[in-house]
Every structure is written in C-alpha cells, then in structure tokens.
Design a protein around this ligand. Sequence first.
Ligand SMILES: Cc1ncc(COP(=O)(O)O)c(C=O)c1O
Length: 480
Amino acid sequence: MAPLSRIGGRALADLLPDLRTMPGPVYSALAHGITSLVLDGRIATETRLPSERELAASLHISRATVTAAYDALRSEGFLASRTGSGSYVTVPAGSQPRPALARWTTRSNEAADVIDLSCAALPAPPDLLPGAMSAAAARLGPYLLGDGYDPAGLPVLREAVAARFTGRGVPTRPEQILVTNGALHGLDLLLRLLLGPGDRAITELPTYPGALDAIRANGGRVVPVPMAPEGGWQVGQLQAGLRQTAARLAFLTPDFHNPTGALVPEAHRREVLAVARQTGTTVVVDESFVDLGFRGNERPTAGIDSSVITVGSLSKAVWGGLRIGWLRASTDLVHRLAALRTSIDMGSPVLEQVVAASLVEQLDDIAARRVAELVPQRDALVAALAQHLPDWRVTVPEGGLSLWAELSSPLSTPLSMLAAQAGVVVVPGSRFGVDGTLERFLRLPYSLPADRLAEAVRRLAGVWAQLDGSGLAARQLVVA
Ligand SMILES: Cc1ncc(COP(=O)(O)O)c(C=O)c1O
C-alpha cells in the first residue's frame, strides 16, 4: 500500500517551530516537532516525509541529525517505511480514537444537571413547527390518494429546493434535486453509488465524524488534508492531495465547516475545483450550515462549478428531527440515486416533505432569527473561555454552530472523560480526525443559552485545572 500523500522539505520546514528555540538536542527537537504536527492533525497520517537529504537541506542541518530524528520517530512508532514508498508518518498502535459518544444510545441528560455539548444542533425554533405541521396536514388530502412512495421526493419540495438554489445563483431544475432524509443520508447514497472498495476520499482534517464513518462504512479510504491553523483550506495541500492520490471523491464543507466554523473564500474554492476537474475527482460539498452565516456568505460552490454535488438539509437551520435534506446533482445522477434508494428506504415521509416545502420558502427569515440568537451565544462562549481558560486558543467563527478550541496540552480525550463526570458532555478533537490525532483540540458548540455555556466552561476549567496539575500533561507532551 503506497502512502496517501507526500510533504516536501520546504513545506515541512514551514510547519515546524524554530528548532533552535526548543530544548534538548536538535534531532530530538525535530522528532518532537514532527510528532506534534502528526498528533495535532497538521500532517495527516500516511503522509510520506521528505528524504533525509531533502529535509536536511531545507532545515540547514546535517543529514545525520535528520537520520537520528527519523530513527527516534521510528522507534516511538510515529514513522514506518515500506520498500519503494519511503518513510511515512503513522501513529503508535493503540492510539486509535474510541467512538467518543454513542448517539444511538438513549440519553437521559434531562434528569441530571448535565450540559450536553456533544452535538452541533439546535432545538426546533419556538412555535414554528406545530403551525407548519397543522398547515401541511390540511394540505395532505391529494397526497393520500397516491401510494406515498416517491423515491426522488415530492415535486413540491424538489421545486422549492431548486428555486432556492436558483435564487442563490445556482440555476437548478427540480429534476436535479433528490429529497433525502438529511444531508448525511445524501452523502451515504452517493458513497454507495460512487465509491468502490479501497477508493480514496479526500476530506478536510478535522471534519464531521459522520462523514468519516460513512466513507469507511462504504469501503473507502479517507485521505485527510489538514486545514490551515488559522482556519480555512490549505489550497496547496488540497491540490497536492488531489494530484497525488487519484481520489475518487472529495467531501468538503467550505460553508461554516464543522467543527471549525470556517468559511472558505471563493478564490480558494476555484483553485481547488480547477485541480479536481483535472484529476477527475467528484467534489461533494456539504452545505448543512450554509444558512447560519453571521456576516454573509461566499458564492455557492456549485455556482462556481455546476458539476459539484451539493448535499444540504433543514437539520441545522430548522430542526434535525424533521429528517429532511436534499442533494443537488445532474439529472442523470439523481435518477440513479433514486433507483438505488428503492432498495434502501423507498423515499422520505410525505407529511414532513410538505412541511419542508413551506419551510424552505421561509428559510431566509428562519435563518435570520437563528443567527440573531446564535451570535450572542457564540460571544458568551468566547468570553467565558477567555475568562476561565485563557491558555486555550480560539478562532472566533463567522458562522455555523461550533468553535474549535486549541488546548494548551494534547489532552482532549481525558478532558472529555473527566468532564462527563463533572456534568458536561463534549466530544474530543480526535473524533474529528483519523488515527487518534487532534488530541490538542476540542469542539465546542454554542447551541445552548449563554448562561449554560458559561456554566459549561466553568466546569471544563475546573476539570482542566485538575488535569494540568496531574502531571499527565507533561507526560503526554513527551510521548506526543
Ligand atoms: C457537516 C455535517 N453534515 C451533515 C450532518 C448531518 O446532517 P443531517 O441531520 O442533515 O443528516 C451534520 C450534523 O452534525 C454535519 O455537521
């Protein structure tokens, strides 16, 4: 098996801290620097490292020093070699992430004083759905005369979704829309159709864990491409990933990405799409959060290149419990997906589709009310973190439902375990990556009222103080 991608000497040198400022001999500083980059998800596992000679030249150090660093990495389980494939980074056996939280288990947080920040999703907007449901029920009569099975979706909803795309500058016919049971369902259907065993699928690192699981469940190999430390895409790395791996598909979330909240500028989308066209990679864009922008949006990705497949849903702007989403693709692909669907679930529920058709028409207003609630919640979370956990680094998101905090030590999993005991449920950073990396990060949704968020941060700060003083932080830094 060949490594998934490679990093050059100059690119690696740019990511490393100044080795002279690090304690200990240069070779061990280099080994630690590379280990930290892997564990923080800044270099994806299975990335091939530059040759010793190339890295030595880029860092202006001796080749023997790089050899010693690579030997140290190898002995600690962070570097492996295959004949003909060079040396590629990996993580020691046993550090794979555990599913942090089983959403399929019944939750009973209501009883105890538990603050649940495990999900980037909101309760339904007050008062909206009961009225919408009653109005839809009153319009149900004609539908009841049919058999109720419509694998591509009810025309009324396909029309409403198509009109919304068209209104956003992405001309779309209703036949290009497949109604799904949520955005994840749309992605899964696509993966079933397009991905063969062992096919590679590029994702951002970090990314939505449901997408990672869906790619793997469909036999794909995830090729994670690290996002920029300040948020957004590293265009060069995405382009290199596309060129080097012949990926069948790229799953990307440029509009208020989960977990970082990043919004990718149009120019970066164009540059990545241009290379995906050359490599024949199908680009799937997830617009789950697109309506939750705090300061406007970028041009829709499918408006830049109409061959981009878009998945979206009402789950984030309205309510996940509706289980209504959509997929925009070519008419031909929509036909094939609808046909595939007849062996899976036969279609989405009719009443919810009728409800959704009217909600899609009101989406701008609904989303504007959401945003008006979310901005003070985001600000409250950021302020509480600055007050109680000033050593954590936070980039203030411009939209979406969560922020991605960088902890001062790579202790996200122990933190989440202790936090659960203190009554705060959070998902550790490693769940948003592959191979147990991203332990230095924590996703924090601002989906609760400001006072609950402030209380959650107070509890997390208490737990963090225990962890920081436990010596675990120091030990982890040595291993990591
Ligand atoms: C990026 C992303 N896509 C899809 C989903 C799932 O959406 P849906 O409920 O529409 O299936 C989520 C939920 O968190 C998400 O964050």
